[in-house]
Structure formats: C-alpha cells, structure tokens
Design a protein around this ligand. Structure first.
Ligand SMILES: Cc1ncc(C[n+]2csc(CCOP(=O)(O)OP(=O)(O)O)c2C)c(N)n1
Ligand SMILES: [Mg+2]
Length: 349
C-alpha cells in the first residue's frame, strides 16, 4: 500500500501510512494488555476452564488481519483472544465470555476457546485441533458460490500439519480454487511436543507445496510488517486468481501452553524463552517506529495507557455482567426458536 506525505513522517516502515502503522501497533498492544489482564483474572479464580494465551505471537494476528478488508472472514483455533480483538470484537464481549457472563459473545457458554462474532465475520474459536480447516474450505466455497471477492483467513498451530484435516482441506481448497489463506503459527511446540520430534520436514511451508505449488512461503512471524506484506500478497491473489496461499509464520509463545501449564514447561529451557523474548514483536516494532520518527516514546506511552484503561474497563464490565440463568441451559441447543423458561415444551414456539 502506498504511503502519503500527509500521513507519514520520515521513511515509513513497510511503506505503510502512519494510520496503518498505528493500527498495527494498537492491535498488538491491545492483545498483549488484554491477555495480561486475563492471566491476572484467571489466577484470581474469576475465569475458569481452558485458557490459552497468545503472548509473544501478537504480530501474526495483527499483521495478518490488518492486511484484510472488513468484509473478509477470519477463523482460528482455541488460542483465539487476539484474533477476536483484532478482527473487531469488543473487549467487553471477549472479557465477558472469558468470565462466563451473559454479555459474552456466546452468552458465557463458550469460554476462552469459543469466541465468535458473525457481525465482524469472525467464525471462531475452535477447540479440536485441525477441524476448523475444512470449515475454512467451506467458507471459501461459500464465497465462490456467492461470487464475491472476499477471502477467508485461517490460522492454526504447527501440530496441525501432521493431521489429516490439513491435507484434506488444503487439497480440496486448491482443487476448487477457493480464496482461502492458510497461515500456520509455527511456535515450535504442540503442547509439550517439539515440532522437530514429530515432523519429518520441519520447514512447514514445504508441506503445502504439494497443493499450493509456489504459493507457499515462510515469514518472520515476529515482524508484523513481514506478516502484513505476505498476507496482503496472498489476499490479492485470492481475490484476483481465486487461489489459496499457505504461509508459515515463525513465532513463539512466551507463556505455557495454557493457564494450567507452567510458564516454561519441562520441554524447553528458560534460556530459550529468554532468548526468544529478545525478539519481542511489540518492542521491536516500537523501536522501528520511533527510529523512523513515526512516533515518540510519549506517544507510545499514551497509547499504552489508553489501552490499559480500556482493558480495565472491560474487566469491570465483565465483573458486573450477570451470570447466565438456568433458562440458558436449553438456549441455542437446537435453534433460535427457543423463547426461554426451563420448564418444558411450552418454551418452544
Ligand atoms: C484432535 C485433538 N487432539 C488433541 C487435542 C489436545 N490438544 C490441545 S492443544 C494441542 C496442541 C496443539 O498445538 P499447535 O497446533 O501447535 O497449537 P499451539 O497450542 O501451539 O497454538 C493438543 C494436542 C485436541 N484439542 N484436539
Ligand atoms: Mg504450536
């Protein structure tokens, strides 16, 4: 995307407008601060169930979704808070869902792994490893059927490339020439399993060459601009050539697999985590922006404070939101026709 003189100060990183650069930084900071609050609330017992944090991987969601149009679709796995927020779901809705409250996007019934909001074309939040890839194929098919030029962006983890759904989904997506972008977040681990222990070829993007030919590439997932550029190219290809692309984003999670996993785990060393933290995607992007004169340290601090306030407000909102009543047990099980009441048949129209 071309930069303009009015909006860019100095040499614009990535050739992007100042507005776009700030949007990318804001997306990453919001994800980070939101999840720091999530961890705190979880430890205080306010959030229950499975909860997987994305801290360290923010550049992937921010860069990839930042390169899409608002009417494109996004689908992801269970590590989904950042994707939901960056796609435009409100922090109040996501936090309330984490708290299991009625104002959550799934009325508190889904929790951490099941963020969903049709109004922003965010198709979830899916807990079973790999099974949302065929759903992405279906979304791509729906786009083709409706003859629009939207695209579907599908995030997933590195362990997925060894499973059947990856190969089945990608094969049909390529055969049917569907506008889907698959982006694997290679953070080197599937729970406590090092990808090197289970993948015959650890350059994961090469797995997709059988289906995508040269439309498969590897990017530095800690560099938000590199991710942005790769997805922008892929989206253009999907809209014009109606072809899928496979992107491997090399990234790293700083915390445990989930809230019930120790921060480092026994499968990796503290030194490795410390070394990876040196490549923190937010710090490196802030340095890039301040070096280029796009932002001052004070600007960054002001943005950060505003985001922290927004996240605190979301936690207060969630805290005040009611716990779902017993009538919710039967809601949305079969259809929207249910009109409330825990007491039997008359509750159905
Ligand atoms: C079909 C299936 N098998 C096993 C699990 C248990 N499980 C949850 S997360 C996970 C590892 C996934 O790792 P990866 O795809 O690399 O994603 P990451 O957690 O690194 O984001 C496994 C095996 C599951 N949810 N679904
Ligand atoms: Mg992984």
């Amino acid at each position: 995307m071309a930069s303009t003189e009015e909006t860019v100060v100095g040499e614009a990183p990535g050739g992007l407008s100042k507005e776009k650069l700030l949007e990318l930084l804001r997306a990453m900071l919001l994800s980070r601060r939101f999840e720091e609050k999530t961890a705190e609330s979880y430890q205080m017992g306010k959030i229950g169930g499975f909860c997987h944090l994305y801290i360290g991987q923010e550049a992937v969601a921010a860069g990839a979704i930042g390169a899409l149009r608002e009417d494109d679709y996004v689908i992801t796995a269970y590590r989904d808070h950042a994707q939901a927020l960056v796609r435009g779901m409100s922090p109040n809705s996501v936090m309330s869902e984490l708290y299991g409250r009625i104002d959550g996007c799934s009325r508190g019934a889904g929790g951490s792994m099941h963020m969903f909001d049709k109004s922003v074309n965010f198709m979830g939040g899916h807990g079973i490893v790999g099974t949302h890839l065929p759903i992405a194929t279906g979304v791509g098919y729906a786009i083709r059927y409706r003859q629009t030029d939207q695209v579907c962006l599908c995030f997933f983890g590195d362990s997925v490339v060894n499973g059947g759904p990856f190969h089945e989904a990608f094969n049909m997506t390529a055969k049917w020439e569907l506008p889907v972008i698959y982006i694997v977040e290679n953070n080197s681990y599937g729970m406590g399993t090092d990808i090197d222990r289970v993948a015959a070829v650890d350059e994961l993007f090469t797995r997709a060459c059988a289906y995508a030919g040269k439309r498969a590439e590897q990017v530095d997932g800690q560099d938000v601009l590199a991710v942005y550029a790769a997805v922008e190219r892929a989206a253009e290809r999907a809209r014009t050539e109606k072809r899928p692309t496979f992107i491997e984003a090399q990234t790293y999670r700083y915390l445990g697999h989930s809230m019930s996993d120790p921060a480092h785990g026994v499968y990796r060393t503290r030194e490795e985590v410390a070394e990876e933290r040196e490549r923190d995607p937010i710090n490196t992007f802030v340095d890039k922006l301040t070096d280029a004169g796009v932002l001052t340290d004070d600007d960054v601090e002001a943005m950060d404070k505003e985001i922290i306030d927004e996240v605190e407000a979301a936690a207060e909102f969630a805290e005040a939101s009611p716990v779902p009543g017993p009538e919710e047990v039967y809601a949305h099980v079969y259809s929207d026709e249910y009109r409330g009441g825990p007491d039997g048949r008359d509750a159905w129209r």
